[in-house]
Design a protein around this ligand. Sequence first.
Ligand SMILES: O=P(O)(O)OC[C@H]1O[C@](O)(COP(=O)(O)O)[C@@H](O)[C@@H]1O
Ligand SMILES: [Mg+2]
Ligand SMILES: [Mg+2]
Length: 341
Amino acid sequence: MKRKTLTQYLVEQQRKEQAVSAEVRLLIEIVARACKAIGHAVSKGALGGVLGSLESENVQGEVQKKLDVLSNEILLEANEWGGHLAAMASEEMETIHLIPNRYPKGEHLLLFDPLDGSSNIDVNVSIGTIFSVLHAPHHASGREVDEDDFLQAGATQVAAGYAVYGPQTMLVLTVGSGVVGFTLDREMGSWVLTEEDIRIPEETTEFAINMSNMRHWEPPVKRYIGDCLAGKTGPLGKDYNMRWIASMVADVHRILTRGGIFMYPRDERPSGKAGKLRLMYEANPMSMIVEQAGGAAIDGTHRILDVQPNALHQRIGVILGSKQEVERVRQYHLDAASQEA
Ligand SMILES: O=P(O)(O)OC[C@H]1O[C@](O)(COP(=O)(O)O)[C@@H](O)[C@@H]1O
Ligand SMILES: [Mg+2]
Ligand SMILES: [Mg+2]
């Protein structure tokens, strides 16, 4: 059977459903090409001299790995001259990156986590790239975009996706009409459509959370995980399995493939009050993908895609995955709030 490539899929979307404009189609292709280059660097490992850390820290105060910086540079360089963007923002850059005046500019904004799961780079475990596309709101006025233009709720995203660099290199994408997955054909160098309509099963018996943070969790999270651990004879009446890869891309990819619930909740530590994951380039794109695949994504009580951002590097608690299970956790949060009131 002849399979579609990413380009063919996007052209079809443009023609059939008008779900993507020509500009968005071309910018997704550029991001996908950059992901191919990042995947290539990742696969070289020690032979490419890409493992290990640098002396530098990013805006979040995290030590940068060589691949964090390299992946950021690959994405910036690839997208600068494409003509489809007004500006970019990244986990690895304190402020936004305007498209230089020498290049043509477009009507969109691109945000990315260039390398997600940095702690897994040196141990040869799956890592990835996450991206989100927004419309530049004041493009028509002709003025230079600024950081405030990026602060749009996730529900306004035009497209979102991630690449996962694992046993296979895959690209998972939504342009707002379902979720599709492409596998990189290394011989041909092309992204080939291998998952046509990804759907997350509504129910699950698998949870993903970093259990070492248990003592810091808020009561509803403690209650939920306690109920999962109680198994068949507990209040949920079923035995649960647990997985934690510590790369959001890889954990979310598993959930898109076979269901489950992923939790990086806010917690009671001063550093955990706002959550760990970043709203604009981790939580929002993943939430759009998960919702488009029939799942749900909340911060505890609110839908993540409705949260109005107030800072580029804002953090948020994340609970996403199979719809019924996410709703259960939301209910536990509502119960706790009503008991407090
Ligand atoms: O080591 P922890 O706290 O379990 O963290 C794992 C989480 O941190 C992250 O690695 C953060 O991503 P970065 O590597 O982009 O900083 C998520 O992918 C993942 O869910
Ligand atoms: Mg990340
Ligand atoms: Mg990162």
